[in-house]
Design a protein around this ligand. Sequence first.
Ligand SMILES: [Zn+2]
Ligand SMILES: [Zn+2]
Length: 141
Amino acid sequence: MEFKKELEDKINLLRRKRIVITTPRLIILEYLLQNRIHPTAEEVYQDLRQRFPSLSLASVYNTLKLFSRLGITTELLLDKEKARYDINTIPHAHFKCLNCGKIYDLLDIKLPQKVTGHKVLSTQLYFYGVCQECLKKRSNK
Ligand SMILES: [Zn+2]
Ligand SMILES: [Zn+2]
């Protein structure tokens, strides 16, 4: 989906929930759509603070919590210490490389909608290991 259309969809969702589109909310939304790296609140803040000096870490943190509550982002608990945020809310599994820290979307793994008769409403599936890129670098040495 193209950026403009996606941004419009997310803004419409906020409007439907009667959420005021403040500047921090808008710039964080744009950032998430353009940087699909599953960032933590700190990473979003570090990347945006240069361009938007009035932005605070607390407002980034609160905005991401709000977005997750509204279903605009999915909160990922890949790391014990801090949450990461995914703008792609279609359920999918993740792989984290323990060598380079990169997080990959695993779109080819089908997540069940039913498990032994129970209806699944949400799934968080994480894999940890060494990514393809890192494996290649290792074997080249
Ligand atoms: Zn890696
Ligand atoms: Zn993802």
